[in-house]
Design a protein around this ligand. Structure first.
Ligand code: NAI
Ligand code: NAD
Ligand code: ISE
Length: 337
């Protein structure tokens, strides 16, 4: 039985998820797509799923009887309204990160899903599906480096566009680290601070870039993450975990070693779509299988909420320059509370 999916938002990742559902993965087809830019929606549909309907907005797409599951890939600020609408229809929904751009909106989703009584939402945090992060977590879980004490991480993008603002360094970019460290450590955050180093001249006028985020967890683990979204040279994700017995680092993606003209080089990717391509494939296939089995895996609404609470504190810390506390609401039973 082929799962019939509708996609809201046919931008970069929306188009990529449509391509992967139609060409790489199995067991699903795209039957409807929409976008505020309906011309773009029709173009993307024609490219990968010419039979797909193009309803005029997200709400109409969710309401279509043939749409069994929804993928939300519109801008972060619009996610909450569509996820809430899907829950209202009792439909499964895969929502790209962030679940919502504020913790208050995430909590509304958590409450609506808990009231529905069954998990319907999977958040698009793909890093727990990445083989490198999985190997790193497995090694930590085996106790190879003893108790974890510190993490030094970096999240670098080659460059970002005019719509990208300083707070998106947190809500759009750091949010991946906020999620993956909770998953990797089985820990929650208690505080955050943000420091701004010398500003790069390569960033647009309105942006403060780079920034360093300092996090503290309940266990007392200290994490520093450099967010540098106009680093020029490539898309580079680094993570070194320091424990009592050693250090374990996220492996770089495989690349050919080139020895030439008295030098040794390896290529660095520039596009997030390529860097995590295998993780997105495994993640979206897991969503398709999860819907069919009636049991979703991957990040829950609660995980989306936790990342967002931490993100809110980081955004506050950007402005205050102070150490901001991170406190969570009680965890509902649906999420193991
Ligand atoms: P984009 O700007 O390329 O695409 C967004 C699309 O959604 C645009 O075509 C826009 O017209 C449409 N849209 C915006 N508001 C809408 C609305 N209310 N209804 C219908 N369509 C609407 O942006 P991109 O890079 O594709 O990002 C989209 C989302 O995916 C963001 O939330 C972003 O954080 C997330 N994302 C996740 C990644 C990951 O690694 N998991 C990577 C890139 C993006
Ligand atoms: P698991 O299901 O035991 O998950 C461990 C815990 O991490 C759970 O409490 C879960 O709620 C939480 N969690 C999962 N994703 C999270 C996220 N993004 N953010 C925060 N917390 C998160 O075991 P697991 O094997 O580590 O993987 C998580 C899920 O992803 C599993 O259900 C698994 O099926 C699926 N998965 C499988 C593969 C694979 O290659 N077999 C790869 C990736 C993910
Ligand atoms: C983008 O939305 C993503 O999710 C990418 O993974 C991240 O590296 C980038 O900074 C975000 O803007």
């Amino acid at each position: 039985e082929t799962l019939k999916i509708g996609v809201i938002g046919t931008g970069a990742i929306g188009e990529d998820h449509i391509r992967r559902c139609m060409q790489s993965l199995s067991g699903a087809e795209i039957v409807a797509v929409t976008d505020v830019n309906l011309v773009r929606a029709r173009e993307v549909a024609d490219k990968y799923a010419s039979q797909a309907k193009v309803p005029e907005d997200g709400e109409s797409l969710i309401a279509l009887p043939e749409v069994e599951a929804v993928i939300v890939t519109s801008w972060g600020g619009t996610h909450a309204q569509y996820v809430l609408e899907a829950i209202r229809h009792g439909k499964y929904v895969f929502c790209e990160k962030p679940l919502a751009t504020t913790a208050a909106d995430c909590l509304k989703i958590v409450e609506a899903e808990a009231a529905h009584g069954k998990r319907l939402v999977q958040v698009g945090f793909m890093r727990p599906y990445d083989s490198g992060y999985r190997a790193l977590k497995a090694l930590i879980d085996k106790g190879e480096i003893g108790e974890v004490l510190m993490i030094h991480a970096a999240h670098r993008n080659q460059r970002v566009g005019a719509n990208y603002k300083t707070d998106m360094g947190i809500t759009d970019t750091l949010v991946h680290e906020l999620d993956v460290f909770r998953w990797m450590l089985g820990d929650d955050y208690v505080s955050a601070q943000v420091i701004f180093p010398r500003r790069t001249s390569k960033a647009m006028e309105h942006m403060r870039d780079p920034q360093i985020v300092l996090l503290e967890t309940k266990k007392g683990i200290r994490i520093d993450v450099e967010i540098f979204v106009n680093c020029q040279y490539g898309y580079d994700i680094k993570c070194a975990v320091v424990g009592e017995l050693g250090e374990a680092s996220l492996p770089a993606p495989p690349a050919v070693e080139l020895r030439k003209a008295a030098s040794l080089s390896t290529e660095i990717m520039t596009d997030w779509k390529e860097r995590f391509i295998a993780a997105y494939d495994v993640e979206v296939q897991d969503f398709i299988n999860g819907v069919k089995a009636g049991k979703l895996n991957g990040a829950t609404s609660w995980d989306g909420y936790c990342a967002s609470v931490a993100a809110d504190a980081c955004v506050k810390a950007q402005e205050s320059g102070r150490i901001e506390p991170i406190t969570m609401s009680p965890r509902p039973g649906l999420y193991g509370g």
